[in-house]
Ligand binder design. Structure first.
Ligand code: NDP
Length: 489
């Protein structure tokens, strides 16, 4: 079993606690890596190093930061296969997806490299021509980046690329369930030539994250994870009054109208829920289907779902891997059980996979049908391969059902009627709406949630404002003596 170290101020450190967390491969339940459980003192030291380095790093030119980010992107591309394999071993995601994600990650660093030397302020025209006024975009300081286990490198890039491009330093805390790819990525950070202490990676459990975000030298927290943790973090950072970006979960509606291309919509529904074994924040876990096409859609869903090939995530022919860890496996099975108890109709799946060659955390892709949109399985995020189909009759009802959730991350609309699709897009409460596609990503498009799916945006140039603060500078050009008791306008 390989033992990893944390990256603090450019050095690979083990913890003085001598405690380690074991990373288990969800495909075969084998412990395959050990990551250090950092102590409070070590976490604090990493923030202090990042704070010290920030004073120099923020003076670097945009061009210098851009060069480093491009070099990092080159290295990611060169090491894509290696990183993808590690990530698949860490969280069970199929290799085709982790490879794509790693390449997408490289694209993310390049995108923000392009902005590093374009952080322009404004010259503000004022009424008083004796005053000159301009703004500048300034980095925030040390940013705490906390990621979930389902896509560690991709989630990290959404935060790290803009944070570095805008001149911040960072301390990263990946999930204890999948820290290894982030630690491997740390080697590329060093190889790319980032000065020691600009990027620090500390490891440990949830308490490690808690200690990190409470540190008084942290200027911002960017968090991807669940709503419960987000509440704890929001309360904690309110003490220090620092900004926070929250990327949380969802119960996203994927809505199929009778005038859609039904074959395409069915495939889109399958991709929306069973991609990554349903462990994506944007999973289209509520499938709203117009009643007139219900039978056709359900039989199409069942037909495809029953042929989904589960297996070793490292085989390129595998379509669905295991779920990422034992806690998640148990939680999903528990939710399936309560869906049965509450009276949802099981269409297919509905249990763990029993197969002589597979002893990992495999759950059969599962579909429920219900007319009751208030069942737990229709309201709560499963974060697993479980789809709930709910019928509707009219467009108004589809809008009502789509918005009948505390979440607001994403939604899909399948219709050939562009007016209807756009009306739906206008009325749906979600940060991301897809029309006739689902789970499609682009770095240039802003991503984020509304309602309890979080706030703030990632990817796209809008994110530059998440990692900078505006400074206003006003200059008096006049030689006239001022009256100290009147305001100069
Ligand atoms: P958690 O909220 O449990 O954990 C997320 C991260 O926070 C982990 O690194 C975790 O560490 C850390 N953490 C736990 N407690 C604290 C704390 N008190 N203070 C600071 N950090 C803490 O989420 P999951 O890992 O279970 O991830 C699943 C959730 O993430 C789902 O709801 C999913 O929808 C959401 N998600 C959202 C995405 C988005 O972009 N909107 C993308 C992907 C997932 P540790 O794991 O070591 O406990």
């Amino acid at each position: 079993m390989k033992t990893y170290r944390a990256l603090v101020n450019g050095e690979w450190k083990t913890s003085s606690s001598d405690q380690f967390i074991i990373s288990y491969n969800p495909y075969n339940q084998e412990g395959w890596a050990r990551i250090p459980q950092m102590t409070e003192g070590e976490i604090s030291a990493s923030v202090q190093f990042a704070y010290k380095v920030f004073k120099e790093w923020k003076k670097t030119s945009g061009l210098e930061r851009a060069s480093l980010l491009h070099r990092l992107a080159d290295l990611i591309e060169e090491n894509a296969e290696h990183l993808a394999i590690i990530e698949s071993k860490d969280n069970g995601k199929i290799i085709n997806e982790t490879k794509n994600q790693v390449m997408f990650t490289a694209r993310n660093y390049r995108y923000f490299a392009g902005y590093a030397d374009k952080l322009v302020g404004n010259l503000i025209p004022l009424d008083n021509k004796d005053l000159l006024d301009y703004t500048s975009m300034e980095p925030l300081g040390v940013v705490a980046l906390i990621t979930a286990w389902n896509s560690p490198l991709s989630l990290l890039a959404n935060k790290l690329a803009p944070a570095l491009a805008t001149g911040n330093t960072v301390v990263i805390k990946p999930s204890e369930y999948a820290s290894v790819s982030t630690l491997e990525f740390g080697k590329l950070i060093q190889e790319a030539g980032f000065p020691p202490g600009v990027v620090n990676i500390i490891t440990g459990d949830g308490q490690t994250g808690d200690t990190l975000i409470r540190h008084p030298l942290i200027s911002k927290v960017s968090f991807t994870g669940g709503a419960q943790t987000a509440r704890v973090i929001s309360r904690a950072v309110s003490e220090n009054l620092i900004p926070i970006t929250l990327e949380l979960g969802g119960k996203s509606p994927n809505i199929i109208f009778e005038d859609a291309d039904l074959e395409e919509a069915t495939v889109g529904a399958i991709a929306g829920i069973f991609g990554a074994s349903g462990q994506t924040c944007i999973a289209g876990s509520r499938l709203l289907v117009q009643r007139t096409i219900l039978d056709e859609i359900i039989s199409g869903l069942r037909r495809i779902t029953e042929t989904i090939k589960l297996g070793n995530p490292l085989n390129s022919s595998t379509q669905m891997g295991p779920v990422a860890n034992l806690a998640q496996f148990n939680k999903i099975l528990q939710m399936i059980e309560s869906a049965n108890e509450e009276g949802a109709e099981l269409i297919c799946g509905g249990s763990a996979l029993e197969h002589k060659d597979l002893n990992g955390y495999f759950i059969k892709p599962t579909i429920f049908y219900t007319e009751n949109p208030n069942l737990t399985i229709a309201c709560e995020e499963v974060f697993g391969p479980v789809l709930t189909v709910i019928p509707f009759d009219t467009e108004e009802e589809a809008i009502y059902l789509a918005n009948n959730t505390v979440y607001g991350l994403s939604a899909g609309i399948w219709s050939r009627d562009i007016k209807r699709a756009l009306r739906m897009a206008q009325n749906i409460e979600a940060g991301n709406v897809w029309i006739n596609t689902y789970r499609t990503s682009a770095i240039g498009a802003p991503f984020g949630g509304t309602k309890q799916s979080g706030y703030g945006r990632e990817r796209s140039w809008h994110t530059l404002y998440e990692y900078t603060q505006m400074k206003n500078v006003m200059i008096n050009l006049s030689e006239e003596k001022r009256n100290p008791f009147s305001i100069q306008l």
